[in-house]
Design a protein around this ligand. Structure first.
Ligand SMILES: Cc1cc2nc3c(=O)[nH]c(=O)nc-3n(C[C@H](O)[C@H](O)[C@H](O)COP(=O)(O)O)c2cc1C
Length: 326
């Protein structure tokens, strides 16, 4: 009998398969479909501070900027967007039995905290913080951007009691330090990694257009390496893998290198939500062939510390590998 139960950021999940934050998790119909496909948990679409600001901007005339009218409309639209999001949490909690993880994307400390409190009160089981800032100021040292992350998290921790999960990008000088610091701060979980909007250029009409928003299976490589290293070096924080998980094999690899949970998104856009049940079935089948009855039987078996030659996850070996090609 195969048992996929797992614990993630203090939440008991029936399995480690989570559908990550996107439009797929922004309405009740697909949230119900995701539960039917067998997901262990759902991360709702992020509430974006940027989006709230833009909505307010569209409703006001440029001349109104910073007038009382602008402030009023700004507050109205902001409350409305937040209200819609809180309704989504409440409805999702009524519609499905699996844990609902809310997600917020802000860039300013003060906005985080008020959203977070409301989200907790609406019934979210946990909160994923999607912190994002482009480090492009030529006079600001790197560590100052990192401090901003820690400050935001500290503020949110003061406000809510539900588990806090931080979804990171991989643009850090020392990711192990960052995750270790989050662990020391008693953050409950980390998602490795977020995928950001990337611009591309049309060479015919000279316009800027979005690069593909979906990942490919090859995108697994960076998260695989970092999951292997971080799961070995940092304890007492749950780890979730995101980016490039398109099938059961990729999910199994992530669990083997130490992920507690795996998140899927692009592949469900491409193959439909029911494909998740295939991924889960294939994982169970593989566990059967290896005589594993629970995830803990193999989780971390191939992490940095548990393989004979951990240097295989390091860059030096990577260079050596390439130098052998003619
Ligand atoms: C259309 C789309 C919308 C997304 N929206 C969000 C979002 O609101 N918040 C967030 O944290 N991640 C968002 N993501 C990122 C995904 O949650 C996920 O981390 C990323 O796509 C990598 O996983 P994948 O390889 O399974 O697609 C979005 C991704 C896509 C494709």
């Amino acid at each position: 009998m195969i048992n996929l139960e797992t614990t993630y950021a203090g939440l008991k999940l029936k399995n480690p398969f989570i559908v990550s934050s996107s439009e797929l998790t922004s309405n009740i119909k697909s949230i119900e479909e995701i539960e039917r496909a067998g997901a262990g948990a759902i991360v709702l679409k992020s509430l974006f501070e940027e989006q709230i600001r833009n909505e307010a901007g569209q409703l006001t005339d440029f001349n109104d900027y910073h007038t009382e009218a602008y402030d009023y409309i700004n507050t109205y639209v902001k409350d409305n967007s937040v209200d819609n999001y809180l309704n989504l949490i409440r409805q999702a909690k009524m519609a499905v039995d699996i844990p609902i993880i809310a997600s917020i994307n802000c860039m300013q400390e003060k906005d985080w905290t008020s959203f977070a409190k409301k989200i907790e009160t609406a019934g979210a089981d946990a909160l994923e913080l999607n912190i994002y800032t482009m480090a492009i100021d030529k006079t600001t040292e790197g560590y100052k951007y990192e401090e901003m992350y820690f400050e935001i998290i500290k503020e949110v921790q003061k406000t809510i009691k539900i588990p806090i999960i931080v979804k990171l990008g991989y643009y850090f000088t020392n990711l192990v330090y960052i995750v270790n610091r989050l662990s020391a701060m008693k953050v409950d979980g980390v998602v490795l990694f977020n995928r950001f909007f990337s611009p591309d250029i049309d060479i015919n009409d000279f316009s800027i257009k979005p690069a593909s928003i979906f990942t490919s299976p090859d995108d697994l490589r960076i998260p695989l390496r970092w999951m292997a290293i971080i799961s070995s070096k940092v304890q007492q924080i749950s780890l979730s893998a995101s980016t490039g998980i398109h099938d059961a094999e990729a999910a199994i690899k992530m669990l083997l290198v130490g992920a507690d949970t795996v998140q899927v998104c692009s592949v469900l856009y491409q193959k439909g939500i029911p494909y998740l049940s295939e991924i889960i079935k294939e994982t169970e089948k593989w566990m059967g062939t290896k005589n594993y009855s629970s995830v803990s039987d193999f989780r971390g078996k191939m992490s940095y510390l548990n393989i004979d030659n951990p240097a295989l996850f390091e860059r030096a070996q990577f260079m050596k590998h390439f130098s052998s090609f003619e």
